[in-house]
Ligand binder design. Structure first.
Ligand SMILES: NC(=O)c1ccc[n+]([C@@H]2O[C@H](COP(=O)([O-])OP(=O)(O)OC[C@H]3O[C@@H](n4cnc5c(N)ncnc54)[C@H](OP(=O)(O)O)[C@@H]3O)[C@@H](O)[C@H]2O)c1
Length: 214
């Protein structure tokens, strides 16, 4: 697939690198320096390149949105028309100090994104995992059991694309249902972050959802 990265920081930089190493064509975009985008592309290998958000969006089979909530409007304006695009958002609707969700319970960052882009096909994914574990999960992808990664969205075709990308990173994709379930996934992401950064366990935390008994 062609995967455009909108926001090439901790999440976008790592996931884009992993997607490229898994064989996808990746365009890194949206960082404060072009040099950084070029370095990411170089390190990710021959399948990756640097570009502007508009290049990342052009002909993309999927886009990863990985920016702070306060940057949404700016990056979307730079990406141009996203009608019909599959957008995986790992972004959380956090306040400026990254201490609280600014949208919860009755909506979510992913649903607000869908309102901004009614013709795009939004999937909420990758936000329940600390970026520090991504390379470790990718390296262990051939070992069972894989950690779980919940995702949700309203469009089955986009969700199939998301599930493939999630599997490529090394997770077991768990379909949590329609996009409104992001209301529960986004606060869950903060629980994971709390355990990872303040619970003493460290960011290498990943999780598995398993059935016990019948
Ligand atoms: N980090 C995690 O473990 C994690 C986990 C789950 C969900 N999330 C969510 O994922 C989203 C991205 O998080 P992140 O940790 O990847 O953030 P980040 O490292 O700060 O990445 C954000 C990207 O946006 C770029 N950016 C910021 N301001 C810009 C500007 N004025 N012009 C151009 N580019 C600009 C940054 O550029 P530079 O590269 O130049 O800084 C960076 O590439 C957030 O919504 C976060 O809540 C993060």
């Amino acid at each position: 697939m062609r995967v455009g990265i909108l926001g090439s920081g901790l999440m976008g930089g790592k996931l884009g690198t992993i997607f490229a190493r898994a064989g996808h064509e990746v365009v890194f975009s949206y960082a404060r320096s072009n040099e950084k985008l070029k370095r990411l592309a170089r390190d990710a290998g021959s399948k990756a390149r640097a570009g502007a958000p508009r290049d990342a969006a052009k002909d993309a089979d999927a886009l990863l949105l990985a920016v702070h909530w306060s940057r949404f409007d700016d990056v979307l304006a730079q990406a141009g028309d996203l009608s019909g695009k599959v957008i995986l958002t790992c972004s959380l609707p956090m306040n400026a100090s990254n201490t609280d969700l600014v949208v919860a319970h009755t909506s979510s960052g992913a649903e607000e994104l869908a309102k901004k882009l009614p013709k795009a096909r939004i999937v909420c994914a990758f936000n329940t995992i600390p970026s520090e574990v991504l390379f470790g999960v990718f390296e262990a992808r051939r070992k069972a059991p894989r950690p779980s990664l919940v995702y949700c969205g309203d469009d089955s075709g986009s969700k199939a694309i998301a599930a493939e990308l999630i599997r490529d990173v090394g997770f077991d994709p768990v379909d949590a249902g329609p996009l409104r379930i992001a209301r529960y996934a986004e606060p869950f992401a903060l629980l994971v972050a709390q355990l990872a950064y303040e619970g003493g366990g460290g960011p290498e935390l990943a999780y598995r959802l398993e059935r016990f008994g019948r």
